[in-house]
Write a protein that binds this ligand. Structure first.
Ligand code: ZN
Length: 170
C-alpha cells in the first residue's frame, strides 16, 4: 500500500484571500523539525500560509497531497493527509510531511531517480515513506533494521538536489 502513497500531489488550487495558518499540534512538531533542518543548512524559511488537515476523502491509496508546486510565498498552501494506516511510526510521518512540504514550500517536483545502490535519490520519490525509518516488523538484529543513518543525506538532498551521492549508497 505504501508504494502507492503520495500520488496525486497536484490538486486544484483552493483560493484564499488571506493567508491562513492552521496546523494541528501533532503535525506542527514535524513542521518545526523541517524549519530546524532548513536552518541547519543555512536556509531561513518562514511559513505563514499553511493548512494541514486530515482528509478522509483522499483516495484510499494516497497518503497525502499538496495543492501547490509554487514556492511563491503568498498563495495558500494546503496539505491533506490520510491518517488511515499510511504511516507506521514517527519517521514515516516525518518523511511524508517533509515530502509534501518539499512540494508546497520548496516547490520541488517528484523524481524517481535512483542512487547507485538502487535506493531512491530523493525524498521526493512518489509513494515511499520508509526511506530511512526503522522496520515496522523486526525479525533480525536491531542493527539490520536501523536505517536512520540515511536520514542526513535525504534531508541534505531535500534542501539541495545537487547533494553528492553518500558513501552508503555506492
Ligand atoms: Zn508528492
Amino acid at each position: 500500500m505504501i508504494l502507492l502513497c503520495l500520488l496525486g500531489c497536484t490538486k486544484d488550487t483552493e483560493e484564499a484571500s488571506v493567508a491562513v495558518y492552521d496546523v494541528p499540534d501533532e503535525y506542527q512538531v514535524v513542521v518545526d523539525r523541517f524549519l530546524e533542518e532548513a536552518a541547519i543548512r543555512g536556509i531561513d524559511l518562514r511559513i505563514h500560509n499553511l493548512i494541514i488537515r486530515n482528509d478522509p476523502q483522499l483516495a484510499f491509496d494516497a497518503c497525502g497531497d499538496c495543492n501547490s508546486l509554487d514556492p511563491n510565498a503568498t498563495s495558500q498552501k494546503i496539505i491533506r493527509l490520510n491518517p488511515r494506516g499510511c504511516w507506521q511510526n514517527d519517521l514515516q510521518l516525518e518523511t511524508l510531511i517533509f515530502h509534501e512540504l518539499g512540494h508546497c514550500i520548496l516547490g520541488r517536483s517528484h523524481t524517481s531517480e535512483l542512487l547507485p545502490n538502487g535506493d531512491p535519490k530523493s525524498i521526493m520519490v512518489p509513494g515511499k515513506i520508509d526511506l530511512y525509518s526503522p522496520c515496522v516488523y523486526q525479525f533480525g538484529d536491531e542493527d539490520e533494521c536501523n536505517f536512520t543513518f540515511k536520514r542526513d543525506y535525504y534531508l541534505d538532498e531535500l534542501f539541495d538536489p545537487d547533494t553528492p551521492v553518500p558513501l552508503w549508497a555506492n
